[in-house]
Design a protein around this ligand. Structure first.
Ligand SMILES: Nc1nc2c(ncn2[C@@H]2O[C@H](COP(=O)(O)OP(=O)(O)OP(=O)(O)O)[C@@H](O)[C@H]2O)c(=O)[nH]1
Ligand SMILES: C=C(OP(=O)(O)O)C(=O)O
Length: 201
């Protein structure tokens, strides 16, 4: 499984969290980077994940992930999330492994939760709804088939309508994406990754 992790430029990412006003822009960028680094570190440790590939145009993230041994693909300029994921899918599909997309905002992610969701998916096109039930944190293509991403508002319904199977097991850490301070508090209750914990300390 190749998991593509898309990340916006740090100064643009997580605008809902920034507009909450709890931290200044520099601390906000630090937090978004920490969340993405914790998410990717956990995903790389999950059984069934061969590779995690970040797609971003952000220079700092590119440098940090590259230094950590994570492959980074350059984003399609200003095209948006689904085009970025389709670009990643096109780049990675010749390598032969199955493709998935994982959101970069899962700071409590535990490798065992991701591994359990991958096992539950089997070979089916599948998705994991976020904890609110409206968004999507993980989308898995069928082996050899395009990813066909429908991320954005109401993406859980959109992915179900595209024929994807919902993954609804007890993997809270995989469902806890962070868009608001309330989401961050929920992730904190589950247990934050080390970079995120340090960033909000
Ligand atoms: N590479 C890439 N990633 C993106 C793009 N747009 C969104 N993402 C990432 O997709 C994930 C899900 O997006 P959202 O949860 O809406 O996050 P966001 O857009 O940073 O947050 P808001 O500004 O609050 O909407 C996050 O990890 C984003 O960084 C894009 O154009 N390119
Ligand atoms: C883009 C998405 O993320 P969020 O709902 O967190 O904005 C999504 O879930 O499709």
């Amino acid at each position: 499984m190749h998991l593509i992790v898309p990340i916006k430029p740090l100064h643009l990412a997580k605008s809902r969290l920034l507009s909450g006003g709890a931290r200044l822009p520099a601390a906000h960028a630090e937090l978004v980077a920490a969340v993405a680094l914790d998410t990717v570190a956990a995903a790389r440790r999950a059984a069934g994940v061969a590779d995690v590939v970040v797609i971003t145009s952000d220079p700092r993230l590119t440098a940090e992930f590259t230094a950590a041994g994570v492959e980074v693909l350059a984003d399609v300029p200003a095209a948006g999330l689904n085009p970025a994921l389709r670009h990643g899918d096109t780049e990675l599909s010749p390598r032969g492994a199955r493709i998935g997309a994982l959101q970069a905002d899962l700071p409590a992610l535990r490798p065992d939760d991701l591994a359990a969701a991958l096992r539950a998916a089997g070979a089916d096109r599948s998705f994991c709804p976020d904890r609110h039930g409206t968004g999507t944190t993980l989308l898995l293509a069928e082996p050899g088939r395009p990813l066909d991403p429908h991320f954005g508002p109401g993406s859980a319904d959109a992915h179900a309508e595209s024929g994807a199977k919902p993954l609804l097991g007890p993997w809270d850490s995989l469902r806890c994406d962070v868009d608001t301070e309330d989401d961050l508090a929920a992730a904190r209750a589950l247990g934050l990754g080390p970079r995120t914990a340090a960033a909000i300390a």
